[in-house]
Design a protein around this ligand. Structure first.
Ligand code: FES
Length: 106
């Protein structure tokens, strides 16, 4: 089990979750205000920054390499639909899409 803390646009929630879940699935389960669209690594609306516990996630996927820049990975960014919890530990991630203006449209 991993202890996961997620910060959406305005809400932060914490949960204990088994390994195997993506960060996006956990965010949806927690009902955090966390946007997404494709769920397959192309739209990047689910982009987040992992501030703690990146070592508990899977390796960066091909879809992420195709969609994001290396500098983003160095800063801890992942696509939450691609980031799978693989080991026990504490993880803290913040939803940080490229553009926030569309979030306010509801
Ligand atoms: S939901 Fe589209 S990239 Fe994750």
């Amino acid at each position: 089990m991993a202890r996961l803390r997620l910060m959406g646009r305005t809400q932060e929630q914490t949960m204990v979750t088994p390994v195997g879940s993506t960060l996006l699935n956990a965010a949806l389960q927690l009902k955090v205000d966390w946007n997404y669209n494709c769920s397959r690594g192309t739209c990047a609306r689910c982009r987040c920054q992992v501030l703690e516990g990146a070592e508990h996630l899977n390796e960066i996927t091909d879809a992420e390499w195709n969609r994001m820049d290396e500098e983003e990975f160095e800063e801890g960014y992942r696509l939450s639909c691609q980031a799978v919890i693989e080991s026990t530990g504490d993880i803290y991630a913040v939803h940080r899409p490229y553009f926030r203006s569309w979030l306010a449209r509801g």
